[in-house]
Ligand binder design. Structure first.
Ligand code: PMT
Length: 414
């Protein structure tokens, strides 16, 4: 499946000689599956561990290792008529270069501008960001020479991922394992996102369903999985925004590159959202926040009896209501977007919330539909604007909807 951030991006993947080179095949494969055009450059030592064919099989492009080869006609990034040697041709149209694994030897060459093989020559010729994933034995990692080479590379803007601590090829355990492909891709995405259309913006997103304690083991909750809010946070991050995600408990993995603030109850979410709003350009409240909580929270587990149990409930803070108050006082974010989860009279109820909470936009969500709302990966919503405009949207994934919402937030900022 394509990926909005990686789709069509030309990524150079340098692979140097370490046992972790086998993980670079998985990395090349994942980048290709995400829609990136991946050109792999191997050092001679890397080819002792993996073959060019391994990479060619997953990228469906020729892998490169010969410094003096002329570009083959399989390299569409080379302009017809150009007679460029390989390192210049490869460097020319790249959006990003990743070196994974990066050995101590290659790091030393990179730090000192040595270009004695195709990979280091390409690294010297590229003008795009470089992400490195070091992998080596612990003592080599800790050696002052390696550390000073890394410091020099970081000072030049090279982005370092890892290494992780764990089992090493030497049989010992320690620091030096190459980071997993997912972590390297996450770093690559962060670098590519820097020029996104939300770069320079700070946004706050809420996600998940709050829990209101009844006793130490029970709570009042709802069916929110957090998927919609996490999709909004991920999409904003991929477009270059600085994102604070205030999340109620969910089963979703922590998103990378996002400041995660956990909040369990409506009251905790209120405090976290208001604290995060300092300097924020937008707030998007996708969280399903409880409207009521028990008046009394039992300190001990409530015992079963023959009698009915009555719970007295009281209102929780209306977070968006408080944000409206802030904005009326000239504080708070420029743009505030709410969601309305409805099972009946969708548009009328959403309109009322848009007005009461003085929102710029509300995302009206018919949560009775099986393919929309709570838990599922898709959503079908109608956007209601403060000026009265109504914009019905077709069924789409929550990721796609997240991007549409940020597109609309962009209009509101304009
Ligand atoms: O998490 P998923 O499984 O992906 O599901 C997504 C979703 C259905 C939770 C999401 O799309 C959604 O509709 N979220 C809003 C749910 C909700 O609480 O709606 P509401 O109509 O009760 O609240 C209206 C708005 O006021 C919401 O933006 C809500 O965050 C906010 N609110 C609610 C109560 C409260 N005390 N303070 C608030 O700020």
């Amino acid at each position: 499946m394509g990926d909005r951030l990686l789709e069509g991006r030309h990524i150079l993947l340098g692979v140097t000689g370490g046992v972790a080179a086998y993980k670079a095949v998985a990395l090349a494969s994942r980048l290709t599956q995400a829609g990136a055009v991946v050109d792999v450059v191997l050092s001679a030592a890397a080819m002792r561990f993996v073959t060019p064919l391994s990479f060619e099989s997953v990228t469906r492009r020729r892998a490169h290792y010969d410094m003096f080869a002329l570009p083959a006609d399989t390299s569409p990034q080379v302009c017809p008529g150009d007679l460029l040697i390989a390192h210049i041709a490869l460097a020319r149209s790249a959006d990003l270069m990743i070196i994974a694994p990066a050995t101590a030897n290659t790091l030393a060459k990179l730090a000192h501008g040595i270009a004695d093989n195709l990979l280091t020559a390409v690294a010297l010729a590229v003008t795009v960001p470089l992400v490195i994933a070091p992998a080596m034995e612990s003592h080599m990692w800790e050696h002052p020479a390696t550390q000073s080479n890394l410091a020099a590379l970081r000072a030049r803007g090279v982005v370092q991922v890892g290494p992780a601590t764990g089992h090493l090829a030497s049989g010992a355990s320690g620091v030096g394992r190459m980071s997993e492909p997912e972590e390297i891709i996450a770093a690559a995405r962060m670098v590519l996102a820097c020029n996104g259309d939300l770069a320079g913006r700070r946004v706050v997103v809420s996600a998940g369903g709050t829990r209101e304690a009844i006793d130490p083991v029970r709570f009042i909750g709802n069916r929110s999985s957090g998927k919609m809010g996490y999709a909004l946070a991920n999409a904003a991050r991929d477009r270059g925004a600085q994102v604070v995600l205030v999340t109620a408990p969910t089963a979703l993995p922590d998103p990378y590159g996002v400041q995660l603030v956990r909040a369990e109850s409506a009251s905790e979410m209120r405090d976290a959202v208001l604290a995060a709003l300092e300097g924020a350009d937008a707030l998007v409240m996708a969280a399903a926040v409880a409207d009521y909580r028990p008046v009394q929270v039992s300190a001990q587990k409530i015992k079963k009896t023959e009698e009915n149990l009555m719970l007295e409930l009281t209102r929780t803070p209306d977070i968006l209501g408080e944000v409206a108050g802030l904005r009326a006082a000239g504080r708070g974010p420029r743009v505030v977007v709410g969601f309305a989860a409805e099972t009946a009279d969708l548009l009328a109820n959403a309109q009322a919330k848009l007005r009461q909470k003085r929102l710029d936009l509300i995302v009206a969500n018919d949560v009775s539909a099986p393919d929309a709302g709570f838990g599922v990966d898709t959503n079908r919503v109608t956007l209601l604007w403060a000026d009265g405009s109504v914009e019905p949207l077709p069924l789409m994934t929550k990721e796609e909807l997240a991007h549409v919402i940020w597109d609309r937030v962009q209009c509101l900022w304009a």
